[in-house]
Design a protein around this ligand. Structure first.
Ligand SMILES: [Zn+2]
Length: 425
């Protein structure tokens, strides 16, 4: 280890916190939510503060406060301003971060609402936001200070809804907490949502490796009500008045289902302690989305809903990339083939050691020929991350590649387990 790296490691250990006692030194009850507007065009991004909330619950760990996964397209760090100690950090991705790679972004600026959430600080904090450059390096994006005693930080729950703990493994601070929130369910369909939430809970808990870690997971259902049933299908001229204003045809791709109504989503999610937000949309049309530490969304009644539910959660929870490369998507040049992507389950082979090379048998050729006798082994198979050449995936097939419920490859499985442990240990 070079001497400067040893030094910075020691400094990091000294300046980051890691005990429950530390948690109580720096944080009070509940969470701080910061809403901001993220504006972007293909080569530039702006950050503008919108609103601050003191929400009643904190669903995250009191021990694992510093993000140890270098995933995501953005990250934020929280420093206590009295001693400049790093007290919290999280990495994440956003829909706006994907939009930058669309054709539309070449000629247009567009704005998206986004939020970050953290345990509620006791002292004034300094927040540093970073964005990831195309070559995977981090660049400081913006810096803001927040005084928790500022009377503009609203303590009111904007959309109070009774939440239901439908899978209870115990204390939120020691578990992975997933909130399922209802979209496109009218008042008279709320019992249907509760039944759907039970069914989706079963999809997750019957799927490996979630099945083995059931007792590390809590699942909450939040029956939020919409005026109309269903969701927008803009390409077919169908528009519905729903709580989160979700829609298919994101970036021109029919199956890509998203919502840009971040504020309504966060207001609904605030009714339970959460680590991950899952939006369940009341339609039988095929589609969904999952954005790392941002949200997952999928439809309730499609015949492949069990697969879509777990696939999208793979993105949003474990930072998994799509391993497919034949379906149409709305983004272009999403990965830089000269650097190693941050997602744990794809590689450009620029730095395969950082990925799953240690899990591959020495006798397996890299790249690995995609032939029948290699169908069940781990290797590096060309094609993944929306392109056929230059990106490699761990196995011939996986739930991140094809419509296959309960079939995550060993690399995706390990990534999911690592994340569950981070939230529950
Ligand atoms: Zn996989």
């Amino acid at each position: 280890m070079p001497i400067n790296l040893i030094f910075s490691t020691i400094i990091f250990l000294l300046t980051s916190i890691s005990t429950a006692q530390d948690f109580n030194t720096y944080f009070a009850k509940g969470s701080l939510r910061i809403d901001y507007i993220h504006s972007a065009t293909f080569n530039d991004e702006l950050f503008s503060v919108d609103n601050f909330f003191h929400e009643p619950f904190w669903g995250g760990s009191q021990l694992n406060l510093i993000d140890t996964f270098d995933y995501g397209a953005y990250k934020f760090e929280v420093y206590d301003s009295t001693n400049n100690k790093l007290i919290y950090s999280r990495n994440y991705s956003t829909l706006c971060g994907e939009w930058k790679y669309t054709k539309e972004a070449k000629s247009l600026w567009r704005s998206f609402s986004e939020s970050v959430i953290m345990p509620f600080p006791k002292n004034t904090i300094k927040l540093k936001f970073y964005k990831r450059l195309k070559n995977m390096k981090w660049e400081l994006w913006t810096k803001i200070y927040v005084n928790p005693k500022n009377y503009m930080i609203s303590p009111t729950l904007k959309t109070p809804i009774k939440s239901f703990k439908i899978h209870d493994s115990g204390d939120a601070s020691k578990k992975l907490d997933i909130v399922l929130i209802a979209e496109g369910y009218t008042q008279s369909e709320i019992q249907k949502f509760m039944n759907d939430a039970q069914r989706f809970k079963d999809y997750l808990l019957a799927c490996d490796p979630f099945k083995q870690y059931k007792s590390d997971i809590n699942i909450w259902a939040i029956p939020s009500v919409s005026v109309e049933s269903g969701t927008d299908i803009p390409g077919k001229g169908i528009y519905k008045n729903t709580l989160f204003d979700s829609h298919f045809y994101t970036f021109g791709t029919e199956r890509y289902l998203n919502t840009t109504n971040n504020i309504a989503i966060r207001n609904a999610a605030a009714n339970a302690p959460y680590d991950q937000i899952y939006i369940l949309v009341n339609t039988d049309k095929y589609g969904g989305a999952g954005i790392y530490n941002f949200y997952s969304i999928c439809t309730a009644d499609n015949k492949y809903s069990d697969f879509v539910f777990t696939h999208e959660f793979g993105h949003a929870f474990a930072g998994l990339a799509d391993e497919y490369y034949t379906s149409e998507v709305g983004v272009e040049d999403f990965y830089d083939l000269n650097s190693e992507p941050w997602e744990p389950n794809i590689t450009t082979l620029v730095d395969f050691n950082k990925k799953w090379k240690s899990m591959v048998a020495n006798s397996t050729p890299i790249p690995t020929p995609d032939i029948e006798e290699n169908a069940d082994i781990l290797g590096a198979f060309e094609g993944g991350g929306y392109i056929a050449k230059g990106i490699y995936r761990p196995k011939h097939d996986c739930s991140m590649k094809s419509i296959r419920y309960n079939d995550f490859c060993p690399v995706c499985t390990k990534a999911i387990i690592d994340r569950i442990k981070f939230y529950s240990k």
